[in-house]
Design a protein. Structure first.
Length: 154
């Protein structure tokens, strides 16, 4: 009867003859690795920065942030997203006006509000598929940055 050592050596030899050196499944031991998709974007969603308020001509506290997803709800990396004010917005700016999605499918832009008080709308759209878009509404006030206490900001 073979001893434990010869059994281990025989088993190791059999495994070595029947398999390559890479014993993992495609994409790793758990299957495909999570992360960005290289597929076609199907959804653009506003994820942060909507409904902010600041004084006219000032920069908003948080950037506007979107996420691009494919049909399976996986993030899509490397997609260009364009940010633009809708309508006339004297003095407002977006930096950058075009942003590329990162590994998590996110892209963002910093907003400096225009010179006129009131609501300002910013649209984020895919450069290669402008029908995929998200809207942000921000408010420029004369005084009282971000006040929501019923005071007269406009």
């Amino acid at each position: 009867m073979p001893g434990p050592r010869s059994l281990v050596m025989t088993l190791a030899t059999l495994i070595g003859l029947g398999c390559s050196n890479d014993l993992s499944l495609p994409g790793g031991p758990s299957g495909p690795a999570p992360g960005p998709s290289s597929s076609t974007p199907t959804r653009l969603t506003a994820v942060a920065g909507d409904d902010q308020r600041a004084r006219v001509g000032e920069t908003l506290d948080q950037p506007l942030r979107v996420q691009v997803l494919d049909a399976a709800a996986h993030p899509v990396e490397g997609v260009q997203v364009q940010f633009a004010f809708e309508g006339d917005n004297a003095g407002g700016s977006l930096e950058p006006a075009t942003s590329t999605t990162d590994l998590t499918g996110h892209a963002e832009a910093t907003v400096r509000l225009g010179d006129q008080p009131g609501e300002q709308t910013i649209v984020a759209a895919l450069a290669d598929a402008p029908t995929l878009s998200a809207r942000f509404t921000v408010t420029a006030t004369k005084d009282g940055k971000g006040r929501h206490d019923g005071g007269n900001d406009d």
